[in-house]
Design a protein around this ligand. Structure first.
Ligand SMILES: [Zn+2]
Length: 243
């Protein structure tokens, strides 16, 4: 797989520095935010191997370039996303990003090989990782955006593949929560026109990966994707933790 090979290009000293920083970062996180399994409370991890093994993989075929890791109709998945959304645990965002990572590599390398079977050039481009934004008023109330936590942790996992880009897609119009709107058509109408693109030069001809915690009808991701493509992005995929 091209992506994995690419990450080995970094020099030994850079890897050493990155590893040291990671160990230190984990130490600080564990000190202030002790980890317990979301479901069975076992110490040291957010998902113990046993609980992780029970989380159902989402097998829905990719629709509108959108794919997800787990199905939402499982207690541990729901709890994990609740903790991320309302408690903003960075360590949890990191664990979720690590789980997403393999799914992303697998899906995107298959997609790109399918679309571009002859060349490897496509794989050498990095992905701009764009979190689904929330309105600044909501961000102020909550103090963070859970999709941005995920996108940030994801980009930290592989600098040669992902670059965090959280200054391009903005939510400039506050809308009622999509949860309160039931069908897809109404959700699309609810979200339409609520995003704005800033600094479009950053994404022109770039490959983009939109990241969100959950998708239901896909309306929000579809609108974000439409706008990014309209603004010049070369290819846009969307990934979520749950569906
Ligand atoms: Zn457990």
């Amino acid at each position: 797989m091209h992506y994995r090979e690419k990450s080995h290009l970094s020099t030994t000293s850079i890897s050493w520095l990155q590893n040291t920083a990671k160990v230190f970062y984990d130490f600080i996180l564990d000190l202030f935010f002790p980890r317990n399994c979301i479901l069975c409370k076992k110490d040291g991890v957010f998902f113990c191997a046993s609980c992780r093994g029970k989380m159902p993989i989402d097998t829905t075929p990719m629709i509108n370039h959108t794919f997800s890791l787990w199905r939402y109709d499982h207690e541990t998945v729901r709890k994990a996303l609740w903790e991320l959304k309302y408690r903003g645990k960075r360590g949890l965002a990191r664990d979720l990003a690590e789980s997403l990572y393999d799914k992303i590599l697998e899906t995107l390398s298959e997609e790109e090989l399918f679309q571009n079977p002859a060349g490897k050039e496509e794989c050498s481009d990095r992905y701009m990782v764009v979190p689904v934004p929330i309105h600044k008023k909501r961000r102020k109330e909550r103090g963070y955006n859970q999709s941005e936590l995920l996108a940030k942790e994801l980009s930290l996992l592989n600098h040669s593949l992902f670059i965090l880009e959280n200054k391009v897609l903005l939510k400039t119009k506050a809308t009622p929560s999509q949860v309160s709107v039931k069908d897809r058509e109404k959700r699309l109408k609810n979200i339409k026109g609520s995003f704005t693109i800033k600094n479009p030069e950053k994404i022109i001809e770039k490959k983009v990966l939109i990241v969100d915690d959950i998708t239901t009808t896909g309306a929000t991701l579809s609108e974000a994707r439409r706008l990014l493509i309209k603004s010049g992005a070369k290819k846009v995929w969307c990934v979520t933790v749950a569906h």
